[in-house]
Write a protein that binds this ligand. Structure first.
Ligand code: HEC
Length: 399
């Protein structure tokens, strides 16, 4: 078995070596011994006016980009362009969706505003910028999946992958001339000067290897094996209590028939004469309005209660009643405007009347008993009283 694999590897290796070089010159390379030498050589090559050249080193050599006078690459610019595209797309999308197409009033806030759009905008900026950078780096800048390069399989590149520092001048440079370039490389201290030719174009080399049938078949096999293994482990190895992934739960769903209770109902009414914990029923349910006025506000009037009332009033009531209870709704006609809370009628109402309206609603205004706790409702009543007194202050209030 191992012998077979070895033979196969040898075959593949031989096939690489078999690859013929054409007569056309690609570049001339030279080797140097130390980082200082290669740095010096790169500087001299730029000074001599060569533009199409490159340096290969076993590890990154700091300052090489200055010595080679490399300009900034396009990577930063592409990231910026795609990031900016993400920002614009996100703002346009949110602007269209919540500002124009599906306007929805949320707490009286503007339909479209920048602050709530920031998280999505940020995400899309980073997403597009990041994906484009990674994708373009691989394909456009590094030319994957084309992995042929005439430098492969040369003594030059093998040495630079180990302990030498190499410099190649490409034949496409406009000052290129074999004799002068060889002389120049020698003059700057280059050793093992090597002419590197192009590979001959061969059918099986031009084809992109990722479309190879064997490669795709391998991918398919890996996919199937991974999926089956994962399923098998989850289904048969781990699928034992307590790892049943909460698929099994002893419970009844709403409206489900009960096999336990004789009447067949799973949903049980509360036991007669009891009240569930933490729930206090509305004391005046079903009684005439005149009795409601007897309800007294149980909360003291102090700064804390008023602050709570103000906060709750601004949250729950002000979108319709306005911040000062004057009936100046912010809902732009989407809900009937309520009357002012400063009318003689409401001012003469007992606290219990206002509490009653918040608890049960009145005509089109619905009940707020679910959203606002009992104490908070009473705090709101105190706050409305404060608003009323502020608008119709008497001389004694100044004392
Ligand atoms: C969705 C809009 C809306 C919200 C929110 C709202 N109200 Fe009202 N409210 C109305 C409308 C409309 C009326 C008039 C109902 C009617 O026709 O009797 C009204 C009536 C009232 C009245 C009776 C006024 C009168 O002259 O009869 C009181 C008191 C009142 N609201 C208090 C509150 C309080 C306190 C809150 C906050 C907990 C609140 N409302 C939240 C719309 C609203």
């Amino acid at each position: 078995m191992i012998g077979k694999i070895k033979n196969k590897l040898k075959e593949v290796n031989n096939r690489n070596l078999e690859q013929k070089r054409s007569d056309e010159l690609y570049a001339i390379g030279a080797l140097f011994d130390t980082p200082d030498e290669i740095m010096d050589a790169a500087g001299k090559t730029t000074e001599a006016g060569y533009e199409e050249f490159d340096v290969n080193t076993p590890y990154p050599v700091h300052g090489m980009d200055q010595a080679m006078k490399l300009k900034n690459t396009m990577v930063g610019k592409t990231t910026f362009i795609f990031g900016f595209l993400g920002t614009t797309a996100a703002l346009l999308m949110i602007g269209w969706m919540s500002g124009i197409d599906y306007q929805n009033i949320i707490g009286g806030k503007p339909f479209f505003a920048i602050p709530p759009a920031i998280p999505i905008t940020f995400e899309l900026t980073v997403l597009l910028g990041g994906l484009a950078t990674a994708g373009l780096m691989l394909t456009l800048f590094n030319r994957l999946p084309w992995i042929n390069n005439p430098l492969h399989d040369t003594n030059y590149i093998k040495q630079t992958a180990s302990d030498k520092f190499g410099l190649v001048i490409y034949a496409k440079d406009k000052n290129f001339n074999i004799a002068t370039v060889e002389g120049f490389l020698q003059s700057i201290g280059g050793k093992s000067i090597e002419k590197i030719n192009f590979f001959e174009v061969r059918e099986d080399r031009v084809r992109t290897p990722i479309f190879d049938f064997k490669f795709i078949a391998l991918l398919a096999v890996v996919t199937v094996v991974t999926a089956v293994t994962a399923y098998g482990i989850l289904r048969y190895v781990l699928f034992l209590p307590p790892f049943d992934f909460m698929w099994k739960q002893e419970k009844v769903l709403p409206q489900e028939k009960s096999t336990f209770f004789a009447d067949g109902f799973s949903m049980r009414p509360p036991v007669e004469g009891t009240v569930s914990r933490g729930y206090i029923p509305y004391e005046y349910q079903g009684l005439p309005d005149s009795v409601v006025t007897l309800l007294a506000n149980p909360l003291p009037i102090n700064a804390e209660v008023l602050a709570k009332g103000k906060q709750r009033f601004n949250t729950y009531c002000s979108p319709c009643h306005g911040y000062y209870g004057e009936g100046d709704s912010r809902l732009r006609g989407q809900f009937p405007n309520p009357p002012s809370l400063h009318t003689d009628k409401v001012r003469q109402w007992a606290d219990g009347n206002i509490y009653h309206v918040i608890t049960n609603g009145q005509n089109v205004m619905s009940s707020y008993a679910k959203q606002i706790s009992r104490d908070d409702r009473w705090a709101i009543v105190h706050y409305i009283r404060a608003l009323q007194r502020a608008l119709n202050a008497k001389d004694e209030d100044l004392n």
